[in-house]
Write a protein that binds this ligand. Structure first.
Ligand SMILES: Cc1cc2nc3c(=O)[nH]c(=O)nc-3n(C[C@H](O)[C@H](O)[C@H](O)COP(=O)(O)OP(=O)(O)OC[C@H]3O[C@@H](n4cnc5c(N)ncnc54)[C@H](O)[C@@H]3O)c2cc1C
Length: 406
């Protein structure tokens, strides 16, 4: 594995860094103060389109253009690097950038050329910002995806989708949602199918947008599908193919979990930098005695963050080389998210009163970071996957647990 970044990666990372300092961080703070995401017609989203920073570069799988160019390989590593940089400045803003993001990832991985053309190619256009959503979680089915109740039935040439999804990132502004449903809930994961539902489909509605403790720049929505009819050409997983829908969801998450780990490292690095700056500025003169102890704690965090980054890169490298990476993706995510939480928590402690004040960045980072241990499979679920892969552990509820989405 080569640790050097190709020149074009480095150029893009620097571009994100400039964008981050000038726009992502200030706009993320603004959204946090407002308590909700920027509106979809905010000029910033047009600005990033004009800069060519579309396609979910910081979010997930790289742009669809990369797919067309035959550069599908090595996109996960690139996405991990860019995700870390964008999350360093503001993770909520990083996920809200226009692009297909997680909603486009299953199409990129499982879609036909016609589906890629129809659903992903429009993201190359610069006429207006576009988003997509990944609709798996339901009020009664988060970790245990075998319990999803959204029904997918087939009537003539049409697919009918009925159900409710919650916590869907960019869901209220998405062009389409990749909806995970079941042909028959009694079949568990064997009955799962994925269907692309455009937002203008009759029966689709946004029930509401959640209020979260952090990541306010990233909108998460509850969505309702009432007898939504879409053409058979929108089916992502073959009809009757047992378990294909579930496998497709897991494959997608094996690609995206290293990216979430990269984002966690980005937030952890931001906390580390804030602490270092504070310590340098404040632990001098009569407070100098504190500097040594704080330096030791900061160094420990720095070592751990470097380790988490390497785990994310290794998993991405495996994905890019088409090697099985389920275990490494779970290890990377299970390691990086708690470490980033530890880094922000240390920041609050070291900054003392300043750290607890609601107008300090470290306080926002502390609220933002927790979600990374929840999204795309909670920390517990990652540990179940690791235990199962390493020692063949299964919990008492059997196979439907542990490989869950999140
Ligand atoms: C900011 C944010 C964005 C999100 N975006 C999306 C999105 O775009 N699309 C989408 O589909 N979903 C999304 N989600 C939903 C997210 O994936 C779920 O919250 C997650 O899967 C956990 O599900 P749950 O909240 O229902 O918790 P539950 O599954 O109810 O879990 C509750 C607790 O029990 C633990 N637990 C559950 N099962 C086990 C087990 N077998 N062993 C040990 N512990 C267990 C969990 O780890 C957790 O601590 C998002 C969530 C957040 C917070």
């Amino acid at each position: 594995m080569d640790f050097t970044l190709p020149k074009k990666f480095e150029g893009l990372r620097q571009m994100i860094s400039f964008l981050g300092r000038d726009r992502l961080r200030p706009l993320g703070l603004e959204a946090d103060q407002m308590g909700h995401a920027l509106s979809r017609d905010h000029p910033f989203f047009t600005e990033v389109l004009e800069m060519g920073l579309t396609g979910g570069f910081a979010g997930k799988m790289g742009s669809p253009r990369a797919d067309d160019d035959g550069r599908v390989r090595k996109t996960v590593r690139r996405a991990v690097v860019m995700a870390e940089e964008a999350a360093y400045w503001d993770r909520g803003m990083a996920t809200s950038l226009p692009g297909p993001g997680l909603g486009g990832a299953p199409i990129m991985m499982m879609g036909t050329p016609e589906q890629k053309e129809r659903f992903l190619n429009p993201f190359k256009e610069k006429d207006r910002p576009r988003w997509a959503g990944f609709g798996m979680t339901e009020p009664g089915a988060g970790s245990d995806v075998a319990r999803i109740q959204t029904r997918i039935s087939f009537q003539g040439d049409e697919i009918v989708v009925s159900g409710q999804k919650c916590f869907i990132s960019n869901g209220a502004r998405a062009e389409f949602i990749t909806v995970w449903g079941t042909e028959d809930p009694a079949l568990g994961r064997a009955g799962h199918r994925a269907v692309i539902v455009p937002q203008d489909t009759p029966g689709f509605s946004v029930v509401g947008v959640e209020h979260k403790m952090g990541l306010n720049a990233s909108e998460t929505a509850t969505l309702s599908f009432e007898d939504c009819r879409v053409p058979m050409a929108n089916l992502l997983t073959p009809r009757g193919a047992s378990g294909e829908g579930f496998k497709g969801a897991m494959k997608t998450l094996n690609m995206t979990r290293p990216i979430v780990a990269g984002m966690a490292v980005g937030i952890g690095r931001a906390a580390y930098d804030e602490c270092s700056r504070f310590a340098n500025e404040n632990f001098t003169g009569p407070s100098a005695w504190r500097a040594g102890r704080v330096a030791d704690r900061l160094a420990r965090i720095r070592r751990k963050l470097d380790m988490a980054r390497l785990l994310a890169w290794k998993s991405a490298w495996e994905a890019d080389h088409k090697l099985p990476n389920q275990l490494s993706a779970a290890i990377a995510k299970a390691t990086a998210a708690p470490l980033a939480l530890e880094a922000t928590s240390l920041g609050i402690e070291i900054l003392g009163l300043a750290g607890g004040a609601s107008d300090h960045l470290i306080e926002k980072l502390y609220r933002d970071v927790k979600a990374l241990d929840i999204v795309e499979g909670t920390g517990q679920i990652q540990r179940v996957i690791i235990a199962r892969q390493l020692i063949g552990y299964t919990d008492e509820r059997g196979k439907n647990q542990g490989e869950s989405h999140g």
